[in-house]
Design a protein around this ligand. Structure first.
Ligand code: DAH
Length: 357
């Protein structure tokens, strides 16, 4: 019995896992185990022998069972410890970034433009995309049969029933927001107005819907010099270069007098646009001194106040800055294009931290 005891207690102590332990249990105290077989022999003994052997065998059986369950508990504990060690997770670590959508270049550039002009004291104003004929044309010094109306490839809305007015239009430019801002806030005034505009036109650089940003500054003693400085500041901040040379070309817009189109110095070496150097010029915006009739339409006295205005194509400067060759792709919602040209959301442009990264 002593042999059995030391054999099994030793083996149980050595057992490496639950399977080994179960094998030992069956071999010792299972139905055909060594201790069980010994117990069966009790029947053949004399009563005196049995009185000694019986309790001793029972004690042995109890001892082995106790060792088995102690070992089982120890193995369970060790397995749990191992799991806790290998499945450990530091929940205080920062979450893994899972970027999903991206910011469209039009949104990004609108943010960049707004940031630059906010720094110069301009507020952001918006107006409706379905606009009355008066705001889109008349108020901007383009009355009834003005030839400039025909140049704008206007989308006309349905004439409201019973109305004598000319039908509303999809605004062809952001200039009507000039009038709305003047009416809402009076002078002095400094606003930019970004937003979507519409013209019936479609090729590599034209889409029926595109985006502009209008600028308007009204004050006493405002001149072309102020316009020039503001545009120079804007262009070099936007293209993120120290200095950009601008060329003002005399032009004509009904809503400004005098009017100028503005070109920036650039080079196209190797098909790659570089702003601020080279011998080429690239037209980027229209501008001028606000026409007295436009001030009047906005309810501002042109004898007391002057102003400058300008209009820039947002999609166009986005294409130039970020090297995007085809405007039509802007509005195709192709996920591959959006991932390639899109911007990280929440990476808000700032003048101090950088407009684009
Ligand atoms: N509204 C003009 C267009 O869409 C752009 C423009 C030119 C706006 C001159 C202005 C400006 O404010 O002064 O073609």
């Amino acid at each position: 019995m002593d042999d059995l005891k030391s054999k099994y207690l030793g083996a149980i102590a050595e057992a490496g896992d639950q399977d080994a332990l179960e094998t030992l249990r069956l071999a010792a105290v299972g139905k055909k185990g060594e201790v069980s077989l010994k117990m069966r022999e009790l029947g053949k003994m004399t009563p005196e022998e049995r009185q000694v052997a019986g309790p001793a065998l029972n004690a042995l059986k109890d001892e082995i069972n106790a060792a088995l369950s102690a070992k089982k508990a120890a193995l369970d504990d060790a397995a749990l410890d191992e799991r806790l060690r290998s499945e450990w997770l530091d929940v205080t670590l920062p979450g893994r970034a899972r970027p999903r959508g991206t910011l469209h270049p039009v949104s990004q550039v609108s943010e960049e433009v707004s940031t630059i002009f906010a720094d110069m004291g301009f507020a952001v104003a918006e107006g409706p995309r379905i606009e009355s004929d008066w705001y889109n044309f008349d108020a901007l010094n383009m009355p009834g049969h003005h030839p400039a109306r025909a140049e704008m490839d206007t989308f006309y809305m349905k004439q409201p029933e019973g109305s004598e007015d000319r039908p509303p239009v999809l605004r062809t430019h952001t200039s009507p927001v000039q009038i709305r801002s003047m009416q809402a806030h009076g002078a002095p005034l400094r606003v930019i107005c970004p937003g979507g505009v519409y013209r019936s036109d479609y090729d590599q650089t034209h889409t029926p819907m595109f985006h502009q940003v209008e600028g308007l500054a009204i004050d006493k003693d405002i001149s072309m010099a102020n316009l020039k400085w503001v545009l120079e500041e804007f262009v070099s901040a936007f293209f993120e270069v120290d200095h950009v040379e601008l060329r003002f070309r005399a032009s004509h817009f009904p809503f400004t007098e005098p009017s100028a189109e503005v070109d920036i110095r650039c080079s196209w070496e190797g098909g790659q646009l570089k702003v601020g150097e080279g011998d080429d010029w690239l037209e980027i915006l229209g501008s001028g001194m606000v026409h007295p009739k436009v001030l009047q339409a906005g309810g501002i006295d042109p004898d007391q106040w002057q102003g400058f205005a300008f209009g820039v194509g947002i999609d166009r400067i986005a294409m130039l800055k970020y090297g995007i060759p085809d405007l039509r792709a802007f509005f195709e919602s192709d996920l591959r294009w959006l991932r390639h040209y899109g911007f990280v959301p929440l990476d808000v442009p700032t003048l101090a931290g950088g407009l684009s990264r």
